[in-house]
Design a protein around this ligand. Structure first.
Ligand SMILES: *[C@@H]1O[C@H](CO)[C@@H](O)[C@H](O)[C@H]1NC(C)=O
Ligand SMILES: *[C@@H]1O[C@H](CO)[C@@H](O)[C@H](O)[C@H]1NC(C)=O
Ligand SMILES: *[C@@H]1O[C@H](CO)[C@@H](O)[C@H](O)[C@H]1NC(C)=O
Ligand SMILES: *[C@@H]1O[C@H](CO)[C@@H](O)[C@H](O)[C@H]1NC(C)=O
Ligand SMILES: *[C@@H]1O[C@H](CO)[C@@H](O)[C@H](O)[C@H]1NC(C)=O
Length: 447
């Protein structure tokens, strides 16, 4: 019985074998057809022709017919597509030397690469980026896409002198820590609690190292008015507040969740112009609690170590970026959530990034982030955007266990001792900030 074919079994074999082979062939054909129709060829020119070489020249050097890098991206999600166009444009090899091209030719060439308007944000004459099913997107996503090419907004309230030793001198002071706190026009109470506690401007002592350092604080605000829904008119109150404290940076854009990235960008611009010598920058929310003294100690240590390294290696830039780092995150694909990013807009995972509740980075890195951000398309989630920019600089955020953007375990929150190793904790209401600040001024000895 070990043999497969007996008399009538042989018949079966003779019939089954061709059947199976035909079956395989059919499957093969179906798979091939499927692969062929599901592959939509890239829409851009498939080979690069160096500028200056005419395409109808017959003695054109041989070139690969297809690209050797992946162009499937081209017909993919909107952000990836736009970023890809920029990457090509900023790539010195692909771009070649185009300075000799002038006039109409240049406009045409650049528009082929760019395919959108450059900076016409005020009159909204820009053509919208093409996107499949644009109208079915959630409102905030649509608003973001319609304005994502705009990066410059006027400053309504500025603090040009905050990093000057005195208002009449030209040189800059070098604050050890510049605190840039994302706030909204209506959050008067949060700002006041911060001014009275962890965000106090001036010389601040370290916790163990009494030397401490100079701290300057600014609040980053956009417009919170009828454009962002019904709001009482707080314009005069804000002006009064600014007259009293002089720490408000107010820009003329809608203060919405998807516009938070603009606060980073515009703050970096401001920093470069008005406070370029700050040693470190803290950027965080107005509902966090920071142990400023402990943070200054930590930063002093980083600075000293950096100076040691600098003496040996001549490396002048300090690459510090710390916070609570989130690794291998994927975009949220749940349409009902605040963080929803449709895959028509962005494909791929997120780079490592530090939770936006509060991060600290060096001043020199802030200036480099500003430079590289000019080559990274705006992304609606600000902390992810920072991760993208860092990634472009070849850096990644460092995790620090003292940054608790997801708070302490609930059972520990009431005990001052639990805050001993904390640098930042999210989230605290203004009253809680005051109470906690007072409690932590004199930590009991047994902690
Ligand atoms: C390319 O070909 C067109 C038409 O054949 C001709 O008018 C043009 O001058 C050519 N360009 C160059 C740079 O040779
Ligand atoms: C590009 O070409 C122009 C004119 O030929 C030349 O002056 C310039 O130095 C070149 N730039 C680069 C980066 O090669
Ligand atoms: C401000 O700076 C100027 C120029 O450096 C100096 O002459 C003046 O004494 C300073 N004023 C104060 C109050 O420090
Ligand atoms: C961001 O602000 C600009 C300028 O006010 C506005 O046009 C745009 O709609 C805002 N974006 C979002 C997502 O609210
Ligand atoms: C550092 O710079 C000094 C002077 O600029 C130079 O003599 C030295 O060789 C440099 N060291 C290194 C490791 O590059």
């Amino acid at each position: 019985m070990g043999r497969c074919c007996k008399c009538n079994g042989r018949l079966l074999c003779m019939c089954l074998l061709p059947c199976m082979m035909t079956g395989h062939l059919l499957v093969y054909i179906m798979v091939s057809i499927f692969v062929t129709i599901s592959y939509t060829p890239p829409k851009i020119t498939t080979h690069f022709i160096a500028s200056g070489i005419s395409t109808n020249s017959s003695n054109l050097a041989s070139h690969p017919v297809g690209p050797f890098w992946n162009l499937r991206l081209e017909d993919s999600a909107l952000w990836n597509r736009l970023q890809h166009a920029w990457d090509r444009q900023h790539n010195p090899i692909l771009r070649g030397n185009t300075t000799w091209i002038t006039g109409e030719r240049k406009v045409k060439l650049l528009s082929e690469i760019e395919d959108e308007c450059s900076s016409d944000c005020i009159s909204h004459k820009c053509s919208l980026p093409r996107m499949h099913d644009f109208n079915s997107l959630p409102d905030q996503m649509r608003a973001f896409i319609m304005a994502m090419h705009c990066r410059e907004y006027p400053l309504l309230i500025n603090q040009p002198g905050i990093c000057k030793r005195n208002r009449s001198s030209f040189g800059f002071d070098s604050p050890m820590l510049l605190m840039a706190i994302k706030s909204q026009v209506g959050n008067f109470e949060n700002r006041q609690a911060i001014r009275e506690t962890w965000g106090r401007s001036g010389l601040v002592e370290g916790e163990s190292n009494k030397k401490g350092g100079l701290v300057r604080t600014v609040f980053l605000l956009g417009r919170q008015d009828s454009s962002t829904g019904p709001h009482p008119d707080l314009k005069n109150l804000l002006e009064l507040e600014n007259k009293k404290y002089g720490d408000i940076l107010h820009w003329d854009f809608r203060d919405t969740f998807f516009n938070l990235t603009l606060k980073d960008l515009l703050f970096w611009h401001w920093l470069q112009e008005y406070c370029p010598t700050a040693m470190f920058v803290f950027k965080g929310d107005d509902d966090v609690f920071v142990r400023t003294g402990a943070l200054l100690d930590y930063l002093q240590k980083q600075w000293d170590e950096h100076n040691l390294v600098k003496a040996i290696t001549n490396k002048t830039d300090l690459d510090l970026f710390v916070g609570q780092v989130i690794y291998n995150a994927m975009p949220n694909r749940e349409p009902s959530t605040k963080y929803y990013i449709p895959d028509r807009f962005y494909k791929g995972g997120y780079p490592s990034y530090a939770g936006g509740g509060g991060v600290v980075y060096s001043g020199s890195l802030a200036l480099r982030l500003k430079e590289v951000s000019e080559k990274v398309r705006l992304f609606p989630i600000d902390d992810v955007y920072l991760g993208m920019c860092l990634h472009r600089l070849g850096l990644s955020p460092s995790h620090h266990p003292g940054f608790l953007t997801f708070d302490l375990p609930e059972s520990d929150r009431g005990s001052p001792c639990a805050y001993r190793s904390v640098l930042l904790v999210h989230r605290r209401r203004p009253k809680e900030i005051l109470t906690l600040w007072k409690q932590l001024q004199s930590l009991p000895g047994h902690c």
